[in-house]
Design a protein. Structure first.
Length: 256
């Protein structure tokens, strides 16, 4: 199983800037498509905050993102796509407003039901019993009791990887002691990469502001529980730079 992990995208950033939107679409239509064409990917995971504004996503932005996702899932029918809802994807952080989210507004449940290779985790977790991977939306980690109940639900089945939208640096012992020593956690939400043992904040796939321009940006390939950081700008025959870190093999894939 080769899983492509993509951090925060924030489509609609900079007040729904059309220039920003075109640059992001260009990024997907060149670099990400190149990875899907050449890296034998089995699953793509968006780690939350696909959209920027929980209040006012412009119609053009919503339509372009929907068309992009449709293009990906119809072109690569042999690849599964999983989108985890992040905090920017909800109208309000209060759980009673859970149903007010960008995915129901832009996609609607019928869109997900129509395509077998797309799952959007908004209202609860998704667990893959074959890969033993657990996917949790923002609400499922922001509330500790919900997180604890979910982990207990699947712990007997074992969990290899957990994919979340959360600040793992803020996870104290109450969170971490719930997990087995071999479980790896992969997160969006924080926009720069952080490595802490089994806890991996992969950072955003884009430089969002001028202060980010000189910071390296990555997407990751998780290959049978070994992590590969991917450089779409490299030649297809060049597998990149490998770094041994915490028992994982990281292949450098630097985004341009």
């Amino acid at each position: 199983m080769r899983q492509l992990l993509i951090g925060d995208c924030h489509f609609g950033r900079h007040s729904n800037s059309v220039v920003w939107l075109e640059n992001m679409l260009g990024f997907f239509n060149t670099q990400i498509i190149d990875i899907l064409d050449n890296k034998q990917i089995d699953r793509v995971v968006f780690l939350g905050d696909l959209f920027e504004s929980r209040y006012s996503t412009q119609t053009q932005v919503g339509c372009e993102v929907k068309n992009l996702i449709r293009k990906l899932i119809t072109t690569y029918t042999n690849i599964d796509f999983i989108i985890i809802a992040g905090n920017h994807d909800f109208y309000d952080p209060k759980e009673e407003f859970h149903s007010y989210n960008i995915y129901d507004e832009i996609f609607g449940p019928e869109f997900v039901e129509y395509y077998d290779n797309l799952k959007i985790c908004v209202y609860g977790e998704y667990y893959d019993p074959f890969t033993k991977d657990l996917f949790l939306p923002w609400y499922s980690t922001d509330n500790f009791n919900t997180f604890q109940e979910t982990i207990f639900k699947y712990k007997t089945a074992s969990i290899n990887n957990i994919f979340v939208h959360s600040d793992l640096v803020a996870w104290d012992a109450s969170y971490r002691t719930l997990l087995d020593d071999n479980t790896q956690v992969w997160a969006g939400h924080i926009h720069y990469p952080v490595e802490d043992g089994n806890y991996h904040i992969i950072g955003a796939a884009f430089a969002f502001d001028f202060s980010d321009v000189n910071s390296p940006r990555y997407v990751y390939i998780l290959d049978n529980n070994k992590c590969v950081v991917v450089d779409p700008s490299a030649d297809n025959d060049n597998l990149g730079n490998y770094i041994e870190r915490n028992g994982l093999v990281l292949e450098a894939i630097l985004l341009t």
